[in-house]
Design a protein around this ligand. Structure first.
Ligand code: ZN
Length: 162
């Protein structure tokens, strides 16, 4: 467990120092803004769909370290993936963060994203980690603005199914 914790801290620090795909995206076909009033996180996700593939993606905003690291890893992971694969990852990440996905017994595609599994034990951080994914889901579905406190709260809303 100590190794997992060390890796988690290392990954968070690394992605905060050098966030991947941070900034604006020219010619974005889809974008959305996400808020997490609980922590004050506010991010924007912009992406460009080329047919069914996420050709380019970028994020920016003001957020805590966990949210920023999650957004950075998310953009690096879904870039080049199909919309369907991205929706699968959104669902799996959410399920992992809220403790619904058992990483050892259930199949998943999260890879390095499993460093965020520890947030399930930090209730106030769950929404920070989920916010970028929730915002990506909104962007893919052309919902301009979303909030972790909205009716379509990621904790309860069915995600995917596209
Ligand atoms: Zn936060």
């Amino acid at each position: 467990m100590a190794d997992t914790k060390a890796l988690y801290q290392e990954v968070i620090l690394d992605h905060n120092r050098k966030p991947r795909n941070y900034g604006t995206l020219e010619h974005a076909s889809h974008k959305a803004e996400g808020h997490n009033p609980l922590c004050g996180d506010h991010i924007k996700v912009a992406l460009n769909l080329d047919g069914d593939h996420i050709d380019g993606i970028a994020f920016q905003g003001e957020s805590c370290a966990i949210c920023k690291a999650s957004a950075s890893m998310m953009t690096a992971t879904v870039k080049g993936k199909s919309r369907r694969d991205a929706e699968t990852l959104i669902r799996e990440f959410r399920d992992m963060a809220i403790g619904k996905l058992d990483l050892t017994s259930q199949p998943h595609h999260l890879g390095r994203l499993t460093v965020f599994a520890g947030v399930r034990d930090l209730p106030t951080r769950v929404k920070c980690a989920i916010l970028p994914w929730h915002t990506l889901h909104a962007a893919l579905n052309s919902i301009a603005s979303t909030s972790t406190e909205a009716e379509d709260d990621p904790m309860h809303a069915p995600i995917g199914n596209a």
